[in-house]
Every structure is written in C-alpha cells, then in structure tokens.
Design a protein around this ligand. Structure first.
Ligand code: NAD
Length: 236
C-alpha cells in the first residue's frame, strides 16, 4: 500500500520540492495551492491529485482531505506549508493585508490540522509537518506580523505534540532560514551581493522529510545553509 501525502503551497518553492522528493520515493501526493495552473501542472508531472484552493478558507482543507480519501483511501503525511510574507507596516496599517497574512500563515495551519487528523487517525496514524521559519523562534524586526504568525505555528505544534502523539500522529515544524524561492525574490540580489548564503528549496524539503519521521513529538527543526538540520532544543 502506498504512503499518501497532502502538501499545501505545493505549486512553488519549498512545497514543490517536497512534492518532488516524496513522489520520487513512491509517495502519492495531493497538492493544494491558490495557483491553480501551477498546482495542476506539477500534479500532472508527478501523477498526483490537485486542488486549487485558498487555505485560509476552512472548507479548502476539508476538500483536500476528502480528495485524498476519495483518490487514495488514506492519508499518512501532511505538510502545512502555504505561506506569504507579511509586509504589514504597523504604522501605515493595511487591515486587509494583515487579515490575509494571518489567514494564510496561521488559520491555514489550524484548519489543515483540524481537517487532516481524523483521516490520519483512521489510517493508523501518521505525521504533520508545518513550515514555520527562523522567524518562528527569534524576532525578525523587518516583518513583525510574519514573525507573529510563524511563532504561532511553533506554539500550535508544541501544544498539540502530546495529544496528537496519543493518537499516533507526530506533529513537528521546520524553521528554515532564508531560502531561494519566489517568496524572497525581492531580497535575493541583496543577499547574493552581501555573500549571504541561501538555502535551496530542496535543502528544506530534505529537512521536512526528516521531520516527518522525527521520534520526538513537537520537534522544531532548524534549517540553515551548510549545516545539518538541528532540533531547536539542541541548537545551543
Ligand atoms: P513560495 O512563494 O515559493 O511558495 C508558497 C506557495 O504557497 C505558492 O505556490 C503560493 O501560491 C502558495 N499560497 C500562497 N497563499 C496561499 C493560500 N492562501 N492558499 C494556498 N496556497 C497559497 O514560497 P516558499 O518560500 O516556498 O514558502 C513556503 C513556506 O516556507 C511559507 O510558509 C514560508 O513562510 C516559509 N518560509 C520561507 C522561507 C524563505 O526564505 N523562502 C523561510 C522560512 C520559511
């Protein structure tokens, strides 16, 4: 029986790299993204299922899990990865943008957990990995609202680690540094000119794969260029 994974934010960057990695290992993937064309293209390439949906809408996660069950009959791995950078200036406040960032980065993870746990449990257990950030562990003054949402993801993972472990579901988070994806395209040149090393999307995907099989519930895996991923509590 094949392992089945659901990945949000799968059309680009880290999510697409995870989808490619898992598919190469024989995992059946259900890909979810706001970018319908992108996610359909990748699903066809990987012979997976896809859903064009906005994860800040609670029904999107329910639909994605229903698709996994309809198509593959089970669910084993869930990568709650869809996210957007904040860019919310507290002085010159844009309420719509604020709600959007919180909706995608926080609500999207909560809705994804709620929707997937029953099918993971019915499948005999499994694993959830959320994409947080180094900004989920330290304050990133350049983007306070993004920082808040990524800390919230870490808090959710910590709080759910024990209760989900009791249902044979491991939940963890990856906390990557700057990663060369379209999300940080505007800052890329600055990083390169400053000689600042960037992670590749596949570096993070490898850490996500490790996190899926982490023994300790609630593991927060720090991912930085040129180093092995390290659990937060051992990071010194
Ligand atoms: P990316 O922009 O390449 O990919 C993000 C994907 O999420 C896109 O395909 C986008 O269409 C999708 N998406 C956006 N809003 C959505 C929504 N409402 N519903 C469904 N899909 C939606 O960016 P990435 O760097 O691969 O980011 C993936 C995750 O990694 C994000 O949560 C991001 O915060 C986190 N992260 C990124 C970096 C980095 O430096 N790139 C560092 C740490 C954490």
């Amino acid at each position: 029986m094949s392992t089945v994974a659901l990945i949000t934010g799968a059309a680009s960057g880290i999510g697409a790299a995870v989808a490619r990695r898992l598919s190469a290992g024989g995992v059946k993937c259900v890909l979810v993204d706001l970018d319908g064309e992108g996610v359909e293209r990748l699903a066809k390439e990987l012979n997976g299922a896809w859903l064009a949906a906005d994860v800040s809408n609670p029904e999107a996660s329910q639909e994605a899990v229903a698709l996994a069950e309809r198509r593959y009959g089970r669910l084993d791995l869930v990568h709650l990865n869809a996210g957007i950078s904040g860019g919310v200036d507290l002085a010159d406040f844009d309420l719509a943008r604020y709600r959007q960032v919180v909706g995608v980065n926080m609500d999207g993870v909560v809705f994804g957990v709620r929707a997937s746990v029953p099918l993971l449990a019915r499948s005999g257990g499994g694993a959830i990995v959320a994409t947080s950030s180094l900004a989920g562990l330290v304050g990133f003054s350049g983007d306070p609202v993004y920082t808040m949402t990524k800390h919230a993801v870490v808090g959710l993972v910590r709080a759910l680690a024990e209760p989900l472990a009791a249902r044979n579901i491991r939940i963890s988070a990856v906390c990557p540094g700057f990663t060369d994806t379209p999300l940080v395209a505007d800052a890329r040149e600055m990083f390169v000119n400053a000689g600042f090393p960037l992670l590749t999307a596949d570096d993070v995907a490898a850490a996500v794969e490790t996190a899926f099989y982490a023994d300790t519930p609630g593991t927060l895996l720090i991912v930085q260029p040129g180093r092995q991923p390290v659990p937060y509590r051992y990071a010194g």
